[in-house]
Design a protein around this ligand. Structure first.
Ligand code: SAH
Length: 452
């Protein structure tokens, strides 16, 4: 088998990124946009020792699980991976993915994984989008999304996962750029002003935030842009964010308010949150509520417990827990998020919460060694790379009755659960929640209890 060979294949499985997997003479090939059940023609792209990659050239017999994808750009755009798969099958596939990771990486034998909590309407669910600016081949200014694994922009102002307001906001900004001759940022030369726009909507309040990420310190005629944007119903906050580094990281550190407060407000259940552009906030509000309710249920609070919420962001989970706990301590590495967290505690009249700025793997060991802090329950919600080893080791030393692990990456989740279970914990419940329909991503909440 070699590059450019053409093959006929039946797709039998799905990879971690939503790619179809088919076998040619027992040799597994990963094929983007091919779905389990398809019989396809494919061209070999790359052959490695134990697997390879191929490109889908023709679907000979479509899988019975195919659904009509509503977005015409679903194949070229890197945002969605499995839009052509029926939603029901997406949920089945995600449940299997979590289970496989628990077995293969976590070393669990036959773990029970509950059916994924899915959405009734699995489109237009995202409250946040970050659109890059660039130029097409003719030199026109465009915005949209990156194609998979590249930085070439697929022009699109109306992503089906995002809110309808995105379109008007983006058109207003594009018109303004043409009129004021504002150049989009060019990654190769490092020139041009406008890099990205971050748009966030409070689904409960309807408030809209626009933050322009710029390679400079000001935007010419920005007041005029503000006038135009504030004609859009819901607009409450326009800010600039300065990022002059040649980096893939979207946001810089400096925030300049232009009009309105430098945050929007939103509700999840009965808790109210202020969110600044630099803070993490879950992107799917409807599912976030179910995720947090599950986490709260797993925490098993009766009113007197001491709880640590690690990787707490703007204190979303911390405040949910504080309603039912004795005392909650949050730990978060981003300064603006910790600032938001403190404000949010006051906003909700919750005085039994305290936040620490710093890395969980540094703050927790230090607090444990120096101040002998303790916990009845520890909740963690780390980024994709999972928890730091020092953090897990300290959790084991603190020996809380319950650990609630909220994860957006089932591979690192499985790795960390293995460490916690080797340290004496037992995995009790595994509940995946579909926060990212049409993509390969899956969020999972787990309950672990101590055998003490
Ligand atoms: N629990 C929150 C945030 C989860 S996202 C919520 O549901 O909204 C993960 C958070 O961890 C982000 O806010 C990120 O800034 C933070 N973070 C990343 N690395 C960290 C570390 N090493 N220590 C503490 N926080 C970290």
């Amino acid at each position: 088998m070699k590059k450019n060979d053409l093959l006929t294949l039946k797709i039998e499985g799905m990879g971690n990124e939503g790619e179809g997997i088919g076998k040619a003479d027992g040799f597994p090939l990963f094929i983007k946009d091919a779905l389990p059940g398809d019989v396809i023609r494919a061209k070999i792209l790359k052959v490695k020792k134990t697997y390879g990659y191929a490109r889908l050239t023709e679907i000979l017999t479509p899988s019975p699980d195919r659904a009509k994808p509503p977005c015409p750009l679903h194949r070229s755009c890197g945002g969605c991976q499995i839009q052509a798969l029926s939603y029901e099958k997406q949920l089945e596939y995600k449940r299997e993915k979590v289970r496989n990771h628990l077995i293969r990486i976590g070393g669990f034998t036959d773990p029970e994984v509950f059916p994924v909590l899915g959405m009734e309407e699995p489109f237009r669910y995202r409250n946040k989008a970050q659109f890059p600016f660039g130029r097409d081949r003719e030199g026109n200014i465009i915005t949209g999304f990156y194609a998979g694994r590249t930085h070439s922009i697929i022009s699109n102002t109306d992503c089906m996962l995002g809110v309808p307001e995105n379109q008007r906001i983006l058109k207003t900004i594009l018109d303004f750029m043409e009129k004021e001759k504002i150049a989009p940022y060019d990654e190769t030369s490092g020139e041009g002003l406008l890099r990205h726009v971050l748009i966030r909507k409070g689904f409960a309040t309807g408030e809209l935030m626009v933050c322009l990420i710029i390679n400079g310190s000001r935007v010419p005629a920005v007041e005029e842009l503000a006038d135009r944007l504030f004609e859009i119903p819901g607009m409450t906050s326009l800010t600039l964010n300065v990022n002059q580094k040649n980096t893939n990281v979207i946001m810089g550190e400096k925030l300049i308010p232009v009009r309105g407060p430098a945050f929007i407000t939103d509700w999840i259940g009965s808790v109210r949150y202020q969110i600044s552009p630099l803070s993490f906030y879950q992107v799917n509000p409807a599912q976030t509520k179910r995720l947090y309710e599950t986490a709260l249920d797993y925490a098993g609070l009766t009113g007197s417990e001491t709880v640590w919420d690690l990787y707490c962001g703007i204190g979303t989970i911390s405040l949910f827990l504080a309603q039912k706990a004795g005392k909650v301590y949050g730990v978060e590495a981003v300064p603006q998020a910790v600032e938001d967290a403190g404000k949010n505690a006051r906003l909700n009249g919750l005085s039994n919460v305290e936040f620490y700025l710093g890395k969980a793997e540094e703050v927790l060991p230090k607090q444990y060694e120096q101040n002998k802090v303790r916990a009845d329950v520890i909740v963690v919600d780390p980024p994709r790379k999972g928890c730091g080893r020092a953090c897990l080791d300290t959790m084991l030393s603190m020996a809380p009755k319950r650990i609630v692990y909220v994860s957006c990456d089932s591979a690192t989740l499985a790795r960390d659960l293995k460490i916690l279970c080797e340290g004496g914990y037992e995995l009790r419940e595994v509940q995946p929640v579909d926060m990212f329909p049409q993509t390969a991503g899956i969020e999972t909440v787990c309950l672990l209890t101590g055998r003490f």
